[in-house]
Design a protein around this ligand. Structure first.
Ligand code: ADP
Length: 523
């Protein structure tokens, strides 16, 4: 076999760790290394990373993964990058030094800025141009915040001295020794500055945030040669040929290439993305429209929805309720009983998202009887992950008019066989669990490998996609409908609780202002 070009490097730069995986032509993992790095919480609700630590940890794990199998640089055909999305870094073009820490996607420091934007009536316009709903998650307000708070930053930016990038852009800049300032469509589509229809930075939004256009990277397809590594940085010249945000990379890694193909990642929360082909679909239920990773110059779109609390509910059973020793143990309890005995748990700990949208809803348990046991309760929590994912699936199906073929799954909680079977039952859909669940890194590798001819075409990589296990629906339509109706009632209860609380607060507000008035009259 040819000793050259045997592997693709995937750099998977996530929120809590930097990971590097080397893949061979069959899509097998031949080496892997990862390292956690510091999470910085300067104030409640604020989250930062040190950009230099992002870079050094990513470079370090890459060297480690190569060294672990004694791989030489001439055995690497290309590098693909996937990254935590939206996280914002601004640096000096000359020195390469960041002017502030990376402001992480989770950071809420610009929430007021976004509220003001909504008050000024920008919501519809943002949705129409960017496919997003105004939110502090996205990069736009984070850039504005750094420019507002770092001395002379805006003037320097206007003079063209500063560069902005999401984490992919920052890594490519460093890998190329500061020669290349680019991003890809998928990452650009999460900045809230990019017109996903016209495929350009939007001047009107840039003006609103007073962000100079000169700071922004060039936007390219997700699979193309962006540049080459600088030999002084990594010891060799290797093409950097793939780039996509983590969720889009996982959609690609799962080979969801056709309209209607959908994947769900069961992690702390759930991220569901559906390929909608060349047509962007505008959601009426709060799903986001975003650009999917694709090959060539053809731009494809995806609908995206998320569940805030998924695996986190299992962690809650383990850590706060102290009902489990480990998350995988939940499966034993689920299979020890034949159903939940009528119990439903809605884990709306921080509100409830699509398609219900109430930030005031809170966790709710309904249907308790004297016969309810711990097993029923644990099972109800595990089932809640599937019900929430099903709500997203139904919304996507309705809005896209696309019939779903199957649901591809990944993320930590997809290891739970009970959960996968229940998802299949409740959604009446085949569930496909791949043998390689590192689908995010795999997606980045595929994008890079396709750009340099390591893989011929998408058909060839689909052949790599080995399905480890398939789950097929096993319950009757009646049973499914009954269970789903129960879930909807449980969600309504959680929403009603929030509504009653709001009424109480209004009444208390009115009561206190009446009391104030009485006091005034008495005086
Ligand atoms: P993230 O990337 O969001 O940190 P992971 O994909 O690593 O998440 O998945 C971890 C989550 O999956 C945790 O919330 C954990 O509770 C849950 N989890 C892991 N294994 C299981 C299991 N066998 N059954 C149910 N939940 C699980």
């Amino acid at each position: 076999m040819d000793d050259k070009n045997k592997y693709i490097i995937a750099m998977d730069q996530g929120t809590t760790s930097s990971r590097c995986i080397l893949f061979d032509r069959k899509g097998n993992i031949v080496s892997e290394a990862h390292r956690e790095f510091a999470q910085i919480y300067p104030k409640p609700g604020w989250v930062e990373h040190n950009p230099m630590e992002i870079w050094s940890s990513q470079l370090g794990v890459t060297m480690y993964a190569m060294g672990a199998i004694g791989a030489h640089f001439d055995e690497i055909a290309a590098i693909g990058i996937t990254n935590q999305r939206e996280t914002t870094i601004i640096w000096d073009r000359k020195t390469g030094q960041p002017i502030y820490n990376a402001v992480v996607w989770q950071c809420r420091r610009t929430a007021d800025m976004i509220e003001e934007m909504k008050r000024q009536g920008w919501s519809e316009k943002i949705k129409a141009k960017t496919g997003l709903l105004p939110d502090a998650y996205f990069s736009a307000s984070k850039i504005a915040w750094i420019l507002d708070h770092v001395d002379c930053a805006r003037e320097r930016a206007k003079r063209g001295e500063l560069a902005f990038g999401t984490v992919d852009t920052w890594l490519i800049w460093n890998l190329t020794g500061g020669k290349v300032h680019v991003t890809d469509y998928t990452n650009a589509s999460r900045t809230m500055l990019y017109d996903i229809h016209k495929l350009c930075w939007d001047q009107e939004i840039l003006d609103y945030f007073d962000i100079p256009r000169s700071m922004l990277p060039e936007v390219k397809p997700s699979s193309c040669i962006y540049g080459e590594t600088d030999p002084s940085v990594i010891g060799a010249v290797i093409p950097i040929a793939g780039d996509a945000g983590d969720q889009q990379a996982s959609l690609f890694g799962q080979c969801c290439f056709r309209p209607g193909d959908v994947k769900n990642t069961y992690g702390t929360g759930c991220f569901m993305l559906m390929n909608t082909g060349v047509d962007p679909i505008v959601s009426e239920n709060g799903l986001l429209t975003t650009i999917a990773a694709s090959t060539g110059n053809r731009v494809e779109y995806a609908l995206e929805g998320s569940v805030f609390i998924a695996g986190a509910a299992i962690q809650w059973l383990r850590d706060e309720m102290r009902m489990l020793r480990s998350s995988p143990q939940s499966e034993e309890y689920c299979t020890a009983v034949k159903d939940t005995n009528g119990v439903y748990v809605v884990p709306a700990f921080t509100g409830i998202g699509a398609p219900y949208w109430s930030q005031f809803a809170r966790g709710t348990i309904v249907g308790l009887t004297r016969g309810a046991q711990k097993e029923h309760f644990v099972r109800a929590v595990v089932e809640s992950l599937a019900y929430q994912a099903n709500d997203l699936l139904e919304a996507m199906e309705k809005e896209s008019g696309l019939r779903l073929q199957s649901l591809k799954v990944d993320g930590g909680a997809c290891a739970n066989n009970f959960l996968m079977q229940f998802q299949s039952d409740i959604s009446h859909i085949a569930i496909e669990r791949p043998s390689c669940i590192e689908t995010t890194a795999l997606g980045a590798a595929y994008l890079a490998g396709l750009a340099v001819g390591f893989w011929k075409d998408k058909n060839e990589i689909c052949e790599n996609g080995i399905c480890e296990r398939m789950f097929q629906p096993e319950i009757s339509k009646d049973r499914r409908e009954t269970l789903k109706r129960g879930w909807k009632r449980a969600v309504k209860t959680a929403l009603y609780w929030a509504e009653l609380e709001e009424q109480d607060q209004q009444a208390a507000g009115a009561g206190s202002s009446e009391a104030e008035q009485c006091k005034d009259t008495e005086e």
